[in-house]
Design a binder for this molecule. Structure first.
Ligand code: DGJ
Length: 697
């Protein structure tokens, strides 16, 4: 059993890492260790004792408590903040008991209660032993008959080994410029990374990595994420006594939850891991977890799709889509997706959202005849929807103006001419379930792109049964209920999560969606940066990437294909304008992609030379059995003369011999990794090289 427990000590061991906690002599549940797995149980340090420094601090300030409530002389960033019915705002948690269960995964649950008030807090730990990750979440229960107001309930806090010499890596960005990495020294004080927009947003991602001089392939990295598709908060605190701690959870900004008796509040899961092999290994652990545990169809290779958005925008009709479909099919596309513009009165972005039935002018015969055409061409059919939204100019809004998120006395701020339906409301959830269920039942739809194109404003909820500020959480729970129900009813449909590109990429949404549309920026050189950031925590098979006409005058089609082939390949250009040579090249790249896609989608990814830091970059994928690998190399723009960097391959079997396409001879995996190779490229050129293990028999 990877959980070693005694009445006051718990050690959680995964394949290579360990996490230990226990009761200190004062009875406080404290952190003990997070790092490499140690040989013996006795190796793990004892819980930290309170010390005295000065009357200005108080002993508890020093204890790295596992789940500190806001109380007494604890001035560190708390994980829990509540106000009891009598206005007391101080929570004192005492350990009660624990349970360890073994199946399907080992789990530890530690039960704490307040010393005076009937508040119960259970800390849960689930071990994903082989995947080397620990999942944590918290359940709050009110055992009295009076409500308790919860003002913060994070999912986890982690304490790092004593020291204040850490760096934090996190993501920032904006629309069409997502997943930029920032690595900065953590210094005394509090650093916050958060979202306040109802979705994780383009501005940040619910992911962090903390390291001490780590690089891509070596060094210690402690990393984590929150499986949550709403507002999140990451706090990284360095105390004045060189203690570094990181917390993650639902953002407490504008949040409150009226905890009622008999209705537990369960926080979203936080996933975390530790590695001594750098940022690359941290990413690969998360990639495996997402493919093995999170996404619904983790073992099914994704099809090459065509999406008509950038070709036709809102001007969709049966004729225009059919023409595109014919060319797409000739090129080898397997799934044809019609984007925005197909539904009732949707000619621009100012009308139609909410009325999810085909526009009678554009599709007088419904969608059936187009779908049949697409199927006859040998492709599956997919469709775009934006179910959380409504245009004021829609039948739905005219019938239910009270269904949107709003404050009664304030103007309803429109963004892209749309308002957000309040998915916290069960009637709204039921409406969306019924509408999409009909759409999917009546049409042969294999794929849905689920979009969400604005941030929240006036976050009011008039008739909320609890505190209206529960909206931030209940909206996301409502979204999960809707999506979960539809997934159950239509289990074979592949869903894609889009929020104006990469506004909602997280382990929460990926329980329903198999893919993310990671950016509206489809310009290939920019995309290299965006894709690299995304790959920090999400695998290539979840990353939909289209070849479009953006940058067509400058960037060769082959380069654009190679960039998109680093994820799930799609095409999104206006095929009517592609000449024969372009279509031929496209067909050739699609054929190649089909041969190598399993290595890319399911293999181990190695970022050999960073695209965010260099104009010459390389990324490699290695199949799990190490028999095959694919190397992509890109050069954007560099002044000549340019001294080519060596590319050192990774992940190969050291003793086995491999051939690298275009290179002479078979060499050992070790040689390719240690000696390296050079791949000469001109500006704006790229190469994809297949690497194959030589069979010995
Ligand atoms: C935003 C998405 O990111 C685009 O790909 C496209 O689907 C548009 N919405 C359609 O309105």
């Amino acid at each position: 059993m990877p959980i070693h427990s005694s009445p006051s000590s718990w050690i959680l061991e995964t394949r290579k890492a360990a996490y230990a906690l226990g009761l200190n002599p004062a009875g406080l549940l404290t952190h003990r260790y997070w790092g490499a797995r140690l040989p013996y149980v006795e190796d793990y340090p004892s819980p930290f004792n309170p010390v005295h420094w000065a009357s200005t601090d108080g002993p508890h300030h020093f204890v790295p408590e596992e789940y500190p409530g806001y109380a007494g002389t604890k001035y560190v960033d708390p994980t829990l903040k509540v106000t009891f019915a009598d206005a007391v705002r101080d929570v004192v948690l005492e350990f009660q008991d624990f349970t360890v269960t073994g199946s399907p995964q080992p789990e530890l649950a530690l039960r704490l209660t307040d010393s005076v008030y009937p508040l119960q807090v259970t800390l849960h730990y689930r071990l994903h032993e082989e995947l080397d990750l620990i999942e944590r979440w918290v359940t709050l229960e009110n055992l009295s008959d009076q409500p308790i107001l919860v003002e913060r309930a994070f999912s986890a806090k982690w304490t790092l080994p004593q020291g204040d010499d850490y760096s934090l890596t996190h993501m920032y960005g904006r629309h069409i410029d997502e997943f930029r990495m920032k690595r900065e020294s953590l210094t005394p004080g509090l650093k916050i990374v958060e979202s306040r927009r109802l979705i994780p947003s383009h501005r940040a991602a619910p992911w962090f990595a903390v390291d001490r001089n780590a690089s891509e392939e070596s060094g210690e990295v402690w990393f984590g994420t929150l499986a949550w598709s709403g507002n999140f908060k990451i706090t990284a605190e360095v105390t004045e006594f060189a203690s570094t701690r990181v917390s993650i959870g639902v953002n407490d900004w504008d949040f409150a939850w009226k905890l009622m008796p008999g209705e537990p509040l369960v926080t979203p899961s936080a996933l975390s891991g530790y590695t001594q092999n750098g940022f690359g290994a941290a990413s690969r652990l998360f990639h495996d977890y997402v493919r093995d545990v999170v996404i619904p169809h983790g073992k099914v290779p994704h099809k090459v799709l065509y999406n008509s958005w950038e070709a036709t925008f809102f001007n969709v009709d049966e004729a225009s889509q059919s023409k595109l479909a014919e060319i797409a099919a000739q090129m080898g596309v397997e799934l044809f997706v019609m984007d925005d513009g197909w539904f009732h009165k949707r000619n621009r972005d100012n009308a139609g959202l909410g009325d999810w039935f085909p526009d009678a002018v554009k599709f007088p015969n419904g969608l059936g005849s187009l779908i049949q055409k697409v199927n006859d061409l040998g492709m599956q059919f997919g469709l775009w929807v934006e179910p959380e939204m409504v245009n004021p100019d829609s039948d739905l809004y005219r019938a239910h103006p009270d269904w949107v998120i709003h404050f009664p006395t304030r103007a309803r701020t429109e963004s892209r001419n749309q308002l957000i339906l309040n998915l916290a409301r069960v009637d709204v959830q039921d409406f969306i379930i019924a509408t999409l269920d009909t759409l999917l039942s009546e049409n042969n739809i294999a794929f849905i792109k689920w979009d969400m194109n604005r941030g929240v404003s006036e976050p009011g909820w008039q008739d909320a049964p609890g505190d209206p500020r529960e909206l931030w959480v209940r909206y996301v729970q409502g979204l999960y209920r809707v999506w979960g129900t539809l997934r159950e009813r239509h289990p074979n449909v592949i869903w894609q999560s889009c929020a104006s590109g990469g506004g909602r990429p997280d382990f929460g949404i990926l329980r329903f969606a198999d893919q993310v549309w990671i950016s509206d920026n489809t310009e290939a050189t920019a995309r290299l940066h965006i894709q690299e950031g995304y790959s920090q925590f999400l695998p290539a098979n979840t990353m939909e990437a289209w070849v479009t006409d953006w940058g067509r005058d400058l960037v060769p089609l082959e380069f654009r294909f190679h960039v998109s082939m680093c994820g799930t390949l799609g095409v999104g250009g206006n095929l009517l304008q592609w000449d024969q040579a372009e279509r031929k090249l496209a067909a050739d790249r699609i054929r190649l992609y089909k041969e190598i896609r399993e290595v890319i989608q399911f293999g181990d990814q190695y970022r050999l030379i960073s695209a965010q830091k260099n104009e010459y970059s390389a990324v490699q994928y290695v199949s799990k059995d190490k028999s095959e690998s694919v190397l992509f190399v890109f050069r954007t723009y560099i002044r000549d003369p340019f001294n080519l960097p060596m590319i050192y391959l990774r992940g190969l079997e050291a003793e086995a011999r491999y051939t690298v396409e275009g290179m002479e001879g078979a060499r050992s995996g070790k040689a390719w990794m240690e000696v390296g190779l050079k791949v000469p490229l001109l500006n704006l050129h790229s190469k994809v090289l297949r690497i194959q293990r030589v069979r010995t028999s």
